[in-house]
Design a protein around this ligand. Structure first.
Ligand code: FAD
Length: 428
């Protein structure tokens, strides 16, 4: 392929959704994904209510619901000095969009890829890694350079020309840098180390759980999967070298101390190589576009995993982008004003969500990693000195507006997008 309407770089949630929607608009679109499949390290499990509604609007609801998944009915966590605080109870939302689905991200991406491949104008190029942009004499982006394992020039560099290039290549976006765009970084106090523990059969099938545990300058979450736990160990930023130097036995002890009920499984962590370090980032671009070029999803704004909404935000970006790009692409001319309109539409939700994440970092994670939480006394009223935290807990528990607003905000996000008419099945 030498030319297409839109090249989307990155087959994550943002890229696959944009590819699907543009293909349904009848536009030629190629998605480049550097990996050979979607099956890789844990990258988040959540599919929010707004995305489930989108699946219905796209006529994909039945297929989506048939995928193995569990339902998250509420988000609650223990706060030192306050006990278990329910941040959001999704039961208060109108069915059928009153839950967050939890499923491995690769299942969801496979599903989107399958739906997109049914469209004749869609092309998915796996094992195709973008290396840079192509510019014309006026500095407008006109294409992408990439290396493809199986392409004609196997291993060599190829070029696809396009009316617009969309960078959906994630937090370490190569294309964003190639376009001369660099994000503003916000401080993040922690990193995450992901690993798995085997799970015994339990009676809780179908109901998802996110179980947090807090210790001294450390925390851990466990996400229930059908036959294992996806574990996330949280410690202060910069601790990776220390954790690895301490060795696997020390790490097993940490896990067993935080979750004594899982102590008999820690032997399954065979070495510190089993720990996948996530360098947590919270950032956003001031400008998401250049002539002929647009960033969406994590490439435009990396999200903290603090409240697990990055996938949803990435998908919402894709919907907003598809709605605005499709008419221009049909005309064969993508205006810079259209690209600016995408950023304009998605700016407010991004800023709102990132602000909430920064408040959570300040209220919960900064004191935790500074050792200001009681070590094993998460339910005690003692030693809770943070006024901000106390105010937040009071508002969450007792303010009726917040109790209605928070589930909605988490399940749908601010300014949720609906499927464009051109992407809906005729019967919908
Ligand atoms: C460990 C972890 C846990 C998370 N947990 C959650 C969660 O529970 N819920 C949630 O909502 N969010 C979570 N997030 C955030 C969420 O994964 C992201 O916000 C979301 O995936 C962003 O989607 P995206 O499509 O913009 O980018 P990504 O999902 O990062 O996808 C980018 C894609 O681009 C590909 N790519 C990168 N560079 C190139 C290149 N040069 N050429 C071709 N392809 C390229 C990558 O292989 C990848 O497939 C988590 C993130 C991480 C890292």
């Amino acid at each position: 392929m030498e030319r297409t309407g839109c090249v989307v770089v990155g087959g994550g949630p943002a890229g696959m959704m944009l590819g699907l929607l543009l293909a349904r608009a009848g536009v030629d679109v190629a998605v480049l994904e550097k990996h050979g499949d979607f099956l890789r390290d844990f990258r988040g499990d959540t599919v929010h209510a707004s995305t489930i509604r989108l699946m219905d609007e796209l006529g994909l609801g039945p297929g989506f619901r048939a995928l193995p998944q569990s339902r998250l009915q509420n988000v609650a966590f223990p706060v030192p000095g306050a006990g278990l605080v329910t941040l959001a109870d999704f039961d208060s939302l109108k069915p059928p969009y009153n839950y967050v689905a939890m499923m491995p991200q690769w299942d969801f991406l496979d599903f989107l890829a399958f739906a997109a491949k049914a469209e004749p104008t869609f092309t998915l190029l796996m094992e195709s890694e973008a290396t840079g942009l192509v510019f014309d004499d006026d500095g407008r982006v006109t294409g992408v350079r990439f290396r493809s394992a199986g392409g004609a020039a196997a291993g060599g560099e190829q070029v696809i020309q396009a009316d617009v290039v969309v960078a959906a290549d994630g937090r370490h976006s190569v294309l964003r840098r190639a376009a001369g765009l660099s994000p503003k970084e916000y401080p993040v106090p922690f990193d995450v180390w992901w690993f798995k523990l085997p799970r015994r059969a339990s009676g809780g099938a179908g109901v998802a759980g996110v179980v947090p545990a807090f210790g001294d300058r450390e925390a851990m979450i466990a996400l229930n999967r059908s036959d294992y736990y996806q574990m996330g160990y949280l410690a202060p930023k910069g601790a990776d070298a220390r954790i690895r130097a301490e060795g696997v036995e020390r790490f097993r002890r940490r896990v067993a101390t935080l979750r004594p009920d899982l102590a008999d499984s820690v032997g399954s962590i065979s070495s510190v190589e089993d720990l996948h370090w996530l360098d947590v980032r919270l950032n956003r671009l001031h400008r998401w576009y250049a002539d002929g070029f647009l960033c969406i999803g994590d490439a435009a704004h990396a999200m903290s995993p603090a409240d697990g909404v990055g996938i949803n935000l990435a998908i919402q970006d894709a919907v907003a982008a598809a709605k605005r790009l499709a008419p221009d692409l049909r005309r064969g001319q993508v205006r810079t004003a259209t690209l600016a309109a995408v950023q304009h539409r998605r700016w407010m939700p991004t800023v709102v969500v990132q602000t909430v994440q920064r408040i959570m970092h300040r209220a919960l994670f900064v004191p935790l990693f500074a050792g200001k939480f009681p070590a094993t006394d998460a339910g005690s009223a003692a030693a809770d000195t943070s006024r901000l935290r106390r105010v937040l807990v009071f508002v969450i528990r007792h303010n009726p507006l917040m109790r209605r607003l928070l589930p909605r905000l988490i399940a749908f996000g601010p300014r949720p997008e609906h499927a464009p008419g051109f992407a809906r099945p005729l019967t919908h």
